[in-house]
Design a protein around this ligand. Structure first.
Ligand SMILES: Nc1ncnc2c1ncn2[C@@H]1O[C@H](COP(=O)(O)OP(=O)(O)OP(=O)(O)O)[C@@H](O)[C@H]1O
Length: 324
Protein backbone atom coordinates (compact mmCIF):
# COMPACT_ATOMS: atom_id res chain seq x y z
CA UNK A 1 0.00 0.00 0.00
CA UNK A 2 1.32 3.49 -0.81
CA UNK A 3 2.51 5.36 2.30
CA UNK A 4 0.35 8.10 3.79
CA UNK A 5 3.38 10.39 4.00
CA UNK A 6 6.58 9.91 2.07
CA UNK A 7 9.57 12.11 2.87
CA UNK A 8 12.60 11.79 0.63
CA UNK A 9 15.87 13.67 0.49
CA UNK A 10 14.54 16.38 2.82
CA UNK A 11 17.22 19.01 3.43
CA UNK A 12 17.06 22.21 5.44
CA UNK A 13 19.66 24.96 5.82
CA UNK A 14 19.53 28.13 7.91
CA UNK A 15 21.72 31.02 6.76
CA UNK A 16 23.74 28.66 4.59
CA UNK A 17 24.28 26.10 7.38
CA UNK A 18 22.71 22.71 6.63
CA UNK A 19 20.87 21.22 9.63
CA UNK A 20 19.01 18.41 7.82
CA UNK A 21 21.05 16.43 5.32
CA UNK A 22 18.52 14.33 3.41
CA UNK A 23 15.83 12.65 5.48
CA UNK A 24 13.98 9.64 4.01
CA UNK A 25 10.98 8.45 5.97
CA UNK A 26 7.68 6.81 5.02
CA UNK A 27 4.66 6.65 7.31
CA UNK A 28 1.77 4.30 6.67
CA UNK A 29 -1.86 4.90 7.56
CA UNK A 30 -2.41 4.22 11.26
CA UNK A 31 1.28 3.70 12.01
CA UNK A 32 3.03 5.20 15.06
CA UNK A 33 6.61 6.28 14.46
CA UNK A 34 8.94 7.45 17.22
CA UNK A 35 11.65 10.01 16.50
CA UNK A 36 14.47 10.04 19.02
CA UNK A 37 17.86 11.71 19.22
CA UNK A 38 19.69 14.29 21.27
CA UNK A 39 18.70 17.92 21.26
CA UNK A 40 19.47 19.62 17.96
CA UNK A 41 19.42 16.44 15.86
CA UNK A 42 16.63 17.80 13.64
CA UNK A 43 13.51 16.03 14.90
CA UNK A 44 11.34 19.13 15.07
CA UNK A 45 12.78 20.83 11.98
CA UNK A 46 11.87 17.76 9.91
CA UNK A 47 8.17 18.28 10.61
CA UNK A 48 8.19 22.04 10.60
CA UNK A 49 9.78 21.85 7.14
CA UNK A 50 7.33 19.21 5.96
CA UNK A 51 4.38 21.43 6.93
CA UNK A 52 5.83 24.69 5.62
CA UNK A 53 6.16 26.16 9.11
CA UNK A 54 9.82 27.22 9.06
CA UNK A 55 10.73 30.90 8.79
CA UNK A 56 11.36 32.29 5.31
CA UNK A 57 15.14 32.27 5.80
CA UNK A 58 15.13 28.45 5.88
CA UNK A 59 16.19 26.85 2.61
CA UNK A 60 14.21 23.63 2.19
CA UNK A 61 14.59 21.02 -0.57
CA UNK A 62 13.63 17.43 -1.26
CA UNK A 63 10.17 15.98 -1.31
CA UNK A 64 7.32 15.55 1.17
CA UNK A 65 4.28 13.81 -0.25
CA UNK A 66 0.93 13.30 1.40
CA UNK A 67 -0.88 10.49 -0.41
CA UNK A 68 1.26 11.22 -3.46
CA UNK A 69 0.66 14.97 -3.43
CA UNK A 70 3.77 17.14 -3.09
CA UNK A 71 3.70 19.54 -0.15
CA UNK A 72 7.10 21.24 -0.49
CA UNK A 73 6.59 24.43 -2.41
CA UNK A 74 2.81 23.94 -2.50
CA UNK A 75 0.66 27.08 -2.45
CA UNK A 76 -0.18 28.54 0.97
CA UNK A 77 -3.85 27.67 0.47
CA UNK A 78 -2.98 24.00 -0.07
CA UNK A 79 -0.80 23.92 3.04
CA UNK A 80 -3.52 25.67 5.05
CA UNK A 81 -5.89 22.86 4.12
CA UNK A 82 -3.33 20.19 5.02
CA UNK A 83 -2.37 21.69 8.38
CA UNK A 84 -4.93 20.89 11.00
CA UNK A 85 -7.19 19.06 8.58
CA UNK A 86 -4.96 16.21 7.33
CA UNK A 87 -1.98 16.64 9.63
CA UNK A 88 -2.22 18.12 13.14
CA UNK A 89 0.53 18.94 15.62
CA UNK A 90 0.61 19.07 19.39
CA UNK A 91 3.53 20.50 21.34
CA UNK A 92 5.23 20.26 24.71
CA UNK A 93 3.78 23.49 26.01
CA UNK A 94 0.08 23.34 25.15
CA UNK A 95 -0.78 26.45 27.16
CA UNK A 96 1.17 28.64 24.75
CA UNK A 97 -0.86 27.24 21.84
CA UNK A 98 -4.19 28.30 23.36
CA UNK A 99 -5.40 31.88 23.41
CA UNK A 100 -5.73 32.89 27.09
CA UNK A 101 -8.52 35.40 26.49
CA UNK A 102 -10.88 33.11 24.55
CA UNK A 103 -13.06 30.35 26.03
CA UNK A 104 -12.36 26.75 25.13
CA UNK A 105 -15.67 26.64 23.30
CA UNK A 106 -14.73 29.57 21.09
CA UNK A 107 -11.32 28.07 20.27
CA UNK A 108 -12.65 24.58 19.56
CA UNK A 109 -15.54 25.97 17.49
CA UNK A 110 -13.16 28.13 15.45
CA UNK A 111 -11.12 25.03 14.61
CA UNK A 112 -14.25 23.09 13.74
CA UNK A 113 -15.46 25.91 11.52
CA UNK A 114 -12.10 26.26 9.78
CA UNK A 115 -11.45 22.58 9.18
CA UNK A 116 -14.89 21.06 8.87
CA UNK A 117 -17.21 23.93 8.14
CA UNK A 118 -19.24 23.36 11.32
CA UNK A 119 -21.02 26.37 12.80
CA UNK A 120 -23.48 27.22 15.56
CA UNK A 121 -25.13 24.34 17.39
CA UNK A 122 -23.42 21.70 15.21
CA UNK A 123 -20.00 23.08 16.18
CA UNK A 124 -20.98 23.29 19.87
CA UNK A 125 -22.20 19.70 19.88
CA UNK A 126 -19.02 18.49 18.22
CA UNK A 127 -16.86 20.53 20.64
CA UNK A 128 -18.69 18.85 23.50
CA UNK A 129 -18.18 15.41 21.97
CA UNK A 130 -14.44 16.08 21.55
CA UNK A 131 -14.04 17.27 25.15
CA UNK A 132 -15.84 14.13 26.31
CA UNK A 133 -13.64 12.00 24.09
CA UNK A 134 -10.43 13.40 25.61
CA UNK A 135 -11.77 12.92 29.12
CA UNK A 136 -12.61 16.43 30.36
CA UNK A 137 -15.16 15.90 33.12
CA UNK A 138 -18.38 17.93 33.12
CA UNK A 139 -17.60 18.98 29.55
CA UNK A 140 -20.77 20.98 28.86
CA UNK A 141 -20.05 23.34 31.76
CA UNK A 142 -16.31 23.49 31.10
CA UNK A 143 -16.83 24.56 27.48
CA UNK A 144 -17.26 28.14 28.63
CA UNK A 145 -14.10 28.13 30.78
CA UNK A 146 -10.81 29.85 29.87
CA UNK A 147 -7.47 28.00 29.50
CA UNK A 148 -6.12 29.13 32.90
CA UNK A 149 -9.04 27.38 34.62
CA UNK A 150 -7.67 23.95 33.62
CA UNK A 151 -4.75 21.90 34.98
CA UNK A 152 -1.68 21.23 32.80
CA UNK A 153 -2.88 17.72 31.97
CA UNK A 154 -6.36 19.02 31.09
CA UNK A 155 -4.89 21.71 28.84
CA UNK A 156 -2.96 19.01 26.97
CA UNK A 157 -6.21 17.03 26.64
CA UNK A 158 -7.86 20.14 25.20
CA UNK A 159 -4.99 20.53 22.73
CA UNK A 160 -5.55 16.94 21.67
CA UNK A 161 -9.25 17.74 21.20
CA UNK A 162 -8.25 20.76 19.07
CA UNK A 163 -5.90 18.55 17.05
CA UNK A 164 -8.70 16.03 16.50
CA UNK A 165 -11.13 18.74 15.39
CA UNK A 166 -9.95 18.35 11.80
CA UNK A 167 -10.10 14.53 11.93
CA UNK A 168 -6.45 14.34 10.84
CA UNK A 169 -4.82 11.30 9.25
CA UNK A 170 -1.53 12.09 10.96
CA UNK A 171 -0.81 13.59 14.37
CA UNK A 172 2.67 14.95 15.07
CA UNK A 173 3.16 14.92 18.84
CA UNK A 174 6.34 16.86 19.70
CA UNK A 175 7.29 16.06 23.31
CA UNK A 176 3.57 16.04 24.19
CA UNK A 177 3.98 14.98 27.81
CA UNK A 178 7.36 16.38 28.81
CA UNK A 179 5.83 19.20 30.87
CA UNK A 180 3.49 16.86 32.77
CA UNK A 181 4.06 14.74 35.85
CA UNK A 182 4.47 10.99 35.44
CA UNK A 183 0.91 9.86 36.19
CA UNK A 184 -0.64 12.44 33.89
CA UNK A 185 1.96 11.60 31.20
CA UNK A 186 0.83 7.99 31.22
CA UNK A 187 -2.85 9.02 31.01
CA UNK A 188 -2.22 11.32 28.04
CA UNK A 189 -0.21 8.66 26.21
CA UNK A 190 -2.93 6.09 26.85
CA UNK A 191 -5.46 8.57 25.51
CA UNK A 192 -3.39 9.16 22.36
CA UNK A 193 -3.03 5.40 21.80
CA UNK A 194 -6.76 4.81 22.24
CA UNK A 195 -7.65 7.63 19.86
CA UNK A 196 -5.12 6.47 17.32
CA UNK A 197 -6.58 2.99 17.29
CA UNK A 198 -10.17 4.22 17.18
CA UNK A 199 -9.57 6.52 14.21
CA UNK A 200 -6.74 4.56 12.53
CA UNK A 201 -4.68 7.74 12.76
CA UNK A 202 -0.94 7.71 12.15
CA UNK A 203 1.27 9.39 14.72
CA UNK A 204 4.80 10.71 14.89
CA UNK A 205 5.92 10.82 18.50
CA UNK A 206 8.97 12.97 19.15
CA UNK A 207 10.29 12.28 22.62
CA UNK A 208 13.39 12.25 24.79
CA UNK A 209 11.81 9.49 26.82
CA UNK A 210 12.78 6.20 25.25
CA UNK A 211 10.37 4.26 27.46
CA UNK A 212 7.49 6.34 26.10
CA UNK A 213 8.60 5.67 22.52
CA UNK A 214 9.15 1.95 23.16
CA UNK A 215 5.65 1.59 24.61
CA UNK A 216 3.75 3.71 22.12
CA UNK A 217 5.39 3.29 18.70
CA UNK A 218 5.47 0.62 16.01
CA UNK A 219 8.68 1.87 14.45
CA UNK A 220 11.49 4.17 15.55
CA UNK A 221 13.89 6.43 13.69
CA UNK A 222 17.03 7.52 15.53
CA UNK A 223 18.39 10.90 14.43
CA UNK A 224 21.87 12.30 14.83
CA UNK A 225 23.18 15.62 13.52
CA UNK A 226 20.47 16.03 10.90
CA UNK A 227 20.34 12.46 9.62
CA UNK A 228 18.47 9.28 10.40
CA UNK A 229 21.14 6.82 11.53
CA UNK A 230 18.95 3.82 12.29
CA UNK A 231 15.36 2.89 11.61
CA UNK A 232 13.65 -0.32 12.72
CA UNK A 233 10.52 -1.72 14.37
CA UNK A 234 10.46 -0.48 17.98
CA UNK A 235 10.91 -3.87 19.60
CA UNK A 236 13.91 -4.74 17.41
CA UNK A 237 15.54 -1.36 17.86
CA UNK A 238 15.23 -1.31 21.63
CA UNK A 239 16.21 -4.96 22.12
CA UNK A 240 19.04 -4.98 19.62
CA UNK A 241 20.21 -1.59 18.31
CA UNK A 242 22.93 -1.78 15.65
CA UNK A 243 24.16 1.77 15.24
CA UNK A 244 26.72 2.65 17.93
CA UNK A 245 24.83 5.88 18.59
CA UNK A 246 21.53 4.04 19.02
CA UNK A 247 23.30 1.65 21.36
CA UNK A 248 24.65 4.55 23.35
CA UNK A 249 21.21 6.15 23.61
CA UNK A 250 19.48 2.99 24.63
CA UNK A 251 22.30 1.85 26.90
CA UNK A 252 22.48 -1.40 24.96
CA UNK A 253 23.45 -3.61 27.88
CA UNK A 254 21.28 -4.73 29.52
CA UNK A 255 18.37 -4.55 27.04
CA UNK A 256 15.39 -2.34 27.83
CA UNK A 257 13.57 -4.08 30.63
CA UNK A 258 10.42 -2.06 30.92
CA UNK A 259 12.12 0.49 33.15
CA UNK A 260 11.47 3.95 31.86
CA UNK A 261 14.67 5.65 30.85
CA UNK A 262 15.65 8.90 29.32
CA UNK A 263 18.38 9.40 26.77
CA UNK A 264 21.70 8.20 28.13
CA UNK A 265 24.60 10.59 28.40
CA UNK A 266 27.04 9.67 25.62
CA UNK A 267 30.56 11.04 26.10
CA UNK A 268 31.20 14.17 24.04
CA UNK A 269 28.61 16.50 22.57
CA UNK A 270 26.50 16.76 19.44
CA UNK A 271 28.56 18.66 16.85
CA UNK A 272 27.69 22.22 15.91
CA UNK A 273 26.00 22.09 12.48
CA UNK A 274 28.41 24.87 11.37
CA UNK A 275 31.42 22.64 12.11
CA UNK A 276 30.46 19.06 11.34
CA UNK A 277 33.34 16.59 11.35
CA UNK A 278 34.16 15.01 8.00
CA UNK A 279 32.67 11.60 7.33
CA UNK A 280 30.21 10.14 9.83
CA UNK A 281 29.22 12.93 12.24
CA UNK A 282 29.15 10.45 15.13
CA UNK A 283 32.66 9.06 14.46
CA UNK A 284 34.47 11.36 16.94
CA UNK A 285 32.26 9.98 19.75
CA UNK A 286 32.21 6.40 18.55
CA UNK A 287 34.23 3.62 20.18
CA UNK A 288 34.15 1.57 16.99
CA UNK A 289 35.13 4.21 14.41
CA UNK A 290 37.86 3.30 11.94
CA UNK A 291 39.65 5.36 9.32
CA UNK A 292 36.88 4.86 6.75
CA UNK A 293 34.36 6.40 9.13
CA UNK A 294 36.10 9.76 8.95
CA UNK A 295 36.33 9.62 5.16
CA UNK A 296 32.73 9.54 3.95
CA UNK A 297 29.18 9.77 5.25
CA UNK A 298 27.62 6.30 5.34
CA UNK A 299 24.20 6.18 3.66
CA UNK A 300 21.15 4.83 5.49
CA UNK A 301 21.22 1.34 3.97
CA UNK A 302 18.69 -1.46 4.42
CA UNK A 303 20.23 -4.31 6.47
CA UNK A 304 17.33 -6.67 6.27
CA UNK A 305 13.60 -6.49 5.59
CA UNK A 306 12.77 -3.92 8.21
CA UNK A 307 15.95 -2.31 9.48
CA UNK A 308 18.15 0.36 7.94
CA UNK A 309 21.43 1.60 9.45
CA UNK A 310 23.82 4.37 8.40
CA UNK A 311 27.08 2.94 9.67
CA UNK A 312 30.15 1.33 8.14
CA UNK A 313 30.67 -0.83 11.21
CA UNK A 314 27.29 -1.60 12.73
CA UNK A 315 27.67 -3.41 16.03
CA UNK A 316 25.42 -6.37 16.53
CA UNK A 317 24.91 -7.61 20.04
CA UNK A 318 25.80 -11.24 20.67
CA UNK A 319 22.74 -13.29 19.76
CA UNK A 320 22.19 -14.55 23.32
CA UNK A 321 22.09 -10.99 24.70
CA UNK A 322 19.88 -9.61 21.94
CA UNK A 323 17.38 -12.40 22.62
CA UNK A 324 17.23 -11.83 26.40
N1 LIG B 1 14.63 28.98 13.20
C1 LIG B 1 15.87 28.48 13.24
N2 LIG B 1 16.93 29.21 12.87
C2 LIG B 1 18.21 28.70 12.88
N3 LIG B 1 18.50 27.44 13.26
C3 LIG B 1 17.48 26.66 13.65
C4 LIG B 1 16.12 27.13 13.67
N4 LIG B 1 15.32 26.12 14.10
C5 LIG B 1 16.15 25.07 14.35
N5 LIG B 1 17.43 25.39 14.08
C6 LIG B 1 18.60 24.50 14.21
O1 LIG B 1 18.29 23.29 13.53
C7 LIG B 1 18.88 22.18 14.22
C8 LIG B 1 17.81 21.14 14.49
O2 LIG B 1 16.90 21.68 15.45
P1 LIG B 1 15.62 20.88 15.96
O3 LIG B 1 14.80 21.85 16.77
O4 LIG B 1 14.96 20.20 14.84
O5 LIG B 1 16.27 19.80 16.91
P2 LIG B 1 15.51 18.72 17.80
O6 LIG B 1 16.13 17.42 17.48
O7 LIG B 1 14.03 18.83 17.63
O8 LIG B 1 15.94 19.20 19.26
P3 LIG B 1 15.09 19.23 20.63
O9 LIG B 1 15.04 17.82 21.07
O10 LIG B 1 15.93 20.11 21.51
O11 LIG B 1 13.76 19.83 20.30
C9 LIG B 1 19.54 22.75 15.47
O12 LIG B 1 20.91 22.93 15.22
C10 LIG B 1 18.85 24.08 15.64
O13 LIG B 1 19.69 25.00 16.30
Amino acid sequence: MAPLVSISGLKVAFDGTPVLHGIDLDISTGEAIGLVGESGSGKSVTWLAALGLLPGKAKVSGSVQLEGRELLGAAGAVLDRVRGRRVAMIFQDPASALNPVLTIRRQLCESLGLHRGLRGEAARAEALRLLDLVGIPDASRRLSAYPHEFSGGQVQRIMIAMALAGQPDLLIADEPTTALDATIQAQILDLLSAIRREFNMAMVLISHDLGVVAENCDRVAVMYAGRIVEQAPASRLFDDPWHPYAQGLIGALPPLDGVRRRLQAIPGTVPDPRALPSGCAFAPRCNFAGDGCHAGVPPLAPCDDDRAVACLRPQRLPVELAAE
